[in-house]
Design a protein around this ligand. Structure first.
Ligand SMILES: [Zn+2]
Length: 145
């Protein structure tokens, strides 16, 4: 499933409190995406959000870039799933990032994998929302590192 970054999110449930709903990080092999460095604070916070996903689905979505890479290396289908799991390249939910203005950004949990492995750089307003978002103390990352 592919959506352009910052296009309207129309896929799943959204909280009533959202003043807008935008898609971020719905990458596909067929669509180019922005690459670049991401701050450690953004990365660690996105990882925390990914550990607490919303809108879970029954099936898994696989990273198309990893699938393509492994298929090119003639990995058979049973090994493929195992290797995708080892790479963190399977996802079955979304994360919700809320900006200070109430705009809600919806990303697949694979967004962390895309950022870490494929150098995906989300839009600046998304990164700002991630950093400014209130995270429950129980799930807050250790940002002193
Ligand atoms: Zn991948």
């Amino acid at each position: 499933m592919h959506f352009d970054d910052l296009s309207e999110y129309t896929y799943g449930e959204r909280p009533k409190s959202c003043t807008g709903a935008l898609a971020v990080g719905w990458l596909a092999l067929s669509a180019p995406f922005v690459m670049g460095a991401i701050s450690r604070a953004v990365m660690s916070r996105v990882k925390v959000l990914v550990e607490n996903p919303i809108n879970l689905t029954r099936g898994y979505h696989a990273c198309e870039f990893c699938v393509d890479h492994l298929r090119n290396h003639k990995v058979d289908s049973r090994a493929l799933v195992r290797q995708l799991r080892d790479l963190g390249a399977l996802g079955n939910g979304e994360i919700l990032v809320t900006g200070l203005d109430g705009v809600c950004y919806f990303s697949p949990v694979l967004v962390a994998h895309y950022m870490e492995v494929h150098e995906y750089c989300p839009p600046l307003e998304y990164c700002e929302a991630v950093v400014s978002m209130h995270l429950d103390a129980a799930v807050r990352p250790d940002e002193r590192r």
